[in-house]
Structures are given as structure tokens and as C-alpha cells.
Design a protein around this ligand. Structure first.
Ligand code: NAD
Length: 426
């Protein structure tokens, strides 16, 4: 497999190296970030195909920054270890050194990290989320010209804000037949008025916590984003009709946030009104309705605010409409701290072959540039990726998709494709 290491990349070698000719991004009191012209950006390659797509992403992002700012701005990339590579080099899957550096750097990017099944190994992705309180997972889903399962994918342009810290993921589970499940069942029947018919002796129970504080900070982030980016139609989803104390409350809290002074006159909730200049409209949509609408009239929605579990379903469905998670970027965002990442997994079945599609991580790199406020550079990546797809070049998954649609396509390796995208950056 071919790798290119550009001269502004500091690879890990027994420890993290801190470049002297660059500075850290800083965080202001209001949570906003201040970005120097030579920021230090840490990256974690990730497991499986990570070591193939990370250099590809860096090649494209470097080129875009260079072309957009002619050398007056430059990223200094610093490799941090996590996952298999970290275990091999340091004996730990998530070294403290990685966490400390990320804390200092504030913004970073990562490839996929595997969670070995059944070995008692905790998910590093969850550990990172917890360590930095990345409470919103943000997934913009838009079409760039790739093969898709639907005939008019240009209608999909939606940003899913998935709450990242609450819901069943933060809950506790009691397995059917366990002493704990029986204890909880008895408590619910005896003390909480639950009906025995709903809780027979063989039930398993999952607890689904949802907090007002966590919901409201997430909703504020999504509404601010919609207002800043001029996206008009915002839906808050949930099965509030069934789970009133959790998803129903989530929806109510979202509407309470819309009434806060910060959003006065900017977030409208009158369903008969149309949002004007500088306004967004907040609408409540039942989750199953939203899943249907995304297929039938995806153009109706610009931003979807979701709980953790619903956000998982909705973002995957939206991603499928435009060709799959291989084309979708994502960002885990907290108060200032942000870690961008590819949405697919480690793809062990193709690792080492040099054929992995680098777009999800590359577009995550573009999303990171937007977060830094370097829009000129991110725009260059979007148009170069579009152009590459118009020219019908790409990794085997892309090329075979075009062929299935009866079109010719040129198949390239991961790095060749990245270079072709970089070459199209003007
Ligand atoms: P996966 O995404 O790794 O693979 C599913 C299928 O998609 C495979 O056939 C794979 O070859 C293909 N694929 C995925 N990415 C591709 C790419 N960039 N180019 C071409 N083909 C690609 O999903 P999985 O097999 O369910 O998960 C494997 C591991 O990844 C698991 O350990 C899982 O926990 C982890 N994972 C990590 C993240 C993350 O770090 N955010 C996300 C999802 C899964």
C-alpha cells in the first residue's frame, strides 16, 4: 500500500511531537474558538482502512488550504495514537497522551476505530465522546454526483443533529431471567403501578434516560447552526406520542428553547407562517413520519434535531439515499471541542488493498475547515470532489456504482483518487 507523508505532518514516534512553528487553537469564554494561521491539528489514523484514508484526506486538505490562502495559512498535522496502533506501540488502546493532546488542540480528526466484539474491550469512540462531552453528532447529508439508489438525489440536503450523550446509550439494561430484572420488575409492579401483563416474569428491561439540560444544549447548537447557515426548515423528531417522558419531553424542551431570548423573532413555531429572512421554522415530526418523508420528499427538511437512537436511524437512512455512509462526513461537537470523523467503520475486509473510498474522511476534513472558519478552503474541496465525480473517476466502489448505472468509470486506488481530487483544486 502506498502512503504519502507530506512535510507538514508530524508522525508519532515514541511520543507526540509538538511542532514549534505552529500554535494551538484557543477557546474563548463563550465557547467560540480562535484559530491561528498555523494551527496544530491532531489526527488519529484509525484501524483497518484508516492508514489508507487518513493520508488521502491530508493530501486533499493540504492542497485546498494552500490554494485558498497561498501559503498565508497552513495546518500542522500531529499524529495521535488510538486503537490497534496505540495498543501495538504503547500497550494501551487510548493513551492518556492522546487525550491530553486533544484537550490542548481543541479540534481534531479521526479515522474509524474498531471495537473488538466479546473481548471486554470498551469502545474508544464512546470513551472519546465522554472525555470531551461531544454532545452533538452532526452529519450533513448532501449529494455530490456519486451513484445513488434514487433517481433524484439532489433533493437530499439535510443536516442531522444527533444527541450524543443521552438516551438508551446512557441507559442501563436488565437481562431477561436475571435477578436484577426480577428486582426491577417487582419494584415497577408493586411501587410504580405497572401492570403484570406488561411485565411478565421473562422480561428484559432497558432504561432510557433523557435530560432537559442535555436536550436543550443540543437543540441550541442545532438552531444556531440553522440560523448561521441560512437553513430554514428545522424538524425536531421523536415518538413523543408513545414515550412521553423522554422523546415527548425532548420535543417540548426543543420548543421551550425556541422561546428563549436568544431565538426571539428568529425561530418561528407558527406552522401556518413561512420563515422570513434570518428566520427558521421549527416543526415537530413523528420519527416514523420523518423516515417516510426523507424518502418521499427529502427537500422538505434542512435540519433534523434528533435524540441519540432516532438520530442513528435517520442519519443512516439519509446517507443511504445519497449512496451510503462512505460519502457522508461527520463531526462530534461539544462546547468548543470538536472531533471530525468518517462515518463508516474499519472495513477490515478491504484493508491493506489500497481501494478504500476516502470521501467520508475527506469531506469530514472539509467540514472541519468550515468549523475553523476556513470556508474558502472547504468550498474548494467540495467543488473538486464534485468535478471528480462528474469525470466519473473513483475507488472501485464508486466506479462499480457508475457501471451499474450503465456509465463508464475509471477505477483508481485510494491515494490515486485523492491526488486526482487534489489536482482538481484550483
Ligand atoms: P464497516 O463500515 O467497516 O464495513 C461495512 C461494509 O462497508 C464493508 O463491506 C466495507 O468494506 C464497506 N466499507 C466501509 N467503508 C468503506 C470505504 N471507505 N470504502 C469502501 N468500502 C467501505 O462496518 P462494520 O463492518 O459494521 O464495522 C467494522 C468495525 O468498525 C467495527 O469494529 C465497528 O465497531 C467499527 N466502526 C467504527 C466507527 C467509527 O469509528 N466511527 C463507525 C462504524 C463502525
Amino acid at each position: 500500500m502506498e502512503r504519502t507523508i507530506e512535510e507538514n505532518v508530524y508522525l508519532w514516534d515514541r511520543e507526540v511531537k509538538v511542532p514549534q512553528d505552529a500554535s494551538f487553537i484557543s477557546k474563548e469564554e463563550d465557547g467560540k474558538i480562535r484559530v491561528p494561521d498555523n494551527p496544530i491539528i491532531p489526527f488519529i489514523e484509525g484501524d483497518g482502512i484508516g492508514c489508507e484514508i487518513a493520508p488521502a484526506m491530508i493530501t486533499v486538505v493540504n492542497r485546498a488550504v494552500e490554494r485558498a490562502y497561498g501559503g498565508s495559512r497552513r495546518i500542522l498535522w500531529v499524529e495521535l495514537l488510538a486503537g490497534d496502533k496505540a495498543e501495538e506501540k504503547t500497550g494501551e488502546r487510548l493513551p492518556q497522551e492522546t487525550l491530553d493532546f486533544l484537550k490542548e488542540a481543541i479540534v481534531g480528526i479521526k479515522g474509524p476505530l474498531g471495537t473488538p466484539v466479546g473481548k471486554g474491550v470498551k469502545s474508544i469512540n464512546s470513551a472519546l465522546r465522554r472525555a470531551f462531552d461531544f454532545y452533538s453528532a452532526v452529519r450533513p447529508v448532501y449529494w455530490m454526483g456519486q451513484p445513488t439508489p434514487i433517481p433524484d438525489p439532489q433533493r437530499v440536503d439535510v443536516v442531522v443533529f444527533r444527541e450524543n450523550t443521552d438516551d438508551v446509550y446512557a441507559g442501563i439494561e436488565f437481562f431477561s431471567g436475571s435477578e436484577e430484572a426480577e428486582k426491577v420488575r417487582r419494584f415497577l409492579i408493586k411501587e410504580m403501578g405497572a401492570k403484570e401483563s406488561g411485565f411478565p416474569g421473562d422480561v428484559g428491561i432497558t432504561v432510557k434516560p433523557m435530560s432537559e439540560f442535555k436536550t436543550k444544549r443540543h437543540v441550541r447548537k442545532a438552531l444556531r447552526y440553522a440560523l448561521e447557515t441560512g437553513r430554514k426548515n428545522v424538524a425536531v423528531i421523536g415518538k413523543g406520542n408513545i414515550m412521553k417522558a423522554t422523546e415527548g419531553a425532548f420535543i417540548n424542551w426543543a420548543f421551550e428553547v425556541a422561546q428563549e431570548p436568544e431565538f426571539e423573532g428568529k425561530v418561528i413555531t407558527d406552522q401556518e407562517a413561512e420563515p422570513g429572512e434570518g428566520q427558521v421554522k421549527l416543526t415537530k415530526v413523528i420519527t416514523d413520519q420523518m423516515l417516510m418523508q426523507l424518502v418521499l420528499r427529502p427537500e422538505a427538511w434542512d435540519v433534523i434535531i434528533a435524540q441519540n437512537l432516532n438520530g442513528d436511524y435517520v442519519s443512516d437512512l439519509a446517507a443511504a439515499l445519497i449512496g451510503g455512509p462512505g460519502f457522508v462526513p461527520s463531526g462530534n461537537i461539544g462546547d468548543g471541542y470538536a472531533l471530525f470523523e468518517s462515518t463508516h467503520g474499519t472495513a477490515w475486509d478491504i484493508a491493506g488493498k489500497g481501494i478504500a473510498n476516502p470521501l467520508s474522511l475527506t469531506l469530514s476534513g472539509a467540514m472541519m475547515l468550515e468549523y475553523l472558519g476556513w470556508k474558502e478552503a472547504s468550498e474548494k474541496i467540495y467543488s473538486a470532489v464534485r468535478r471528480s465525480l462528474e469525470d466519473r473517476i473513483g475507488t472501485p466502489d464508486i466506479a462499480s456504482g457508475f457501471r451499474k448505472m450503465g456509465m463508464d468509470a475509471k477505477e483508481l486506488s485510494t491515494m490515486e483518487y485523492a491526488r486526482e481530487i487534489a489536482r482538481r483544486i484550483e
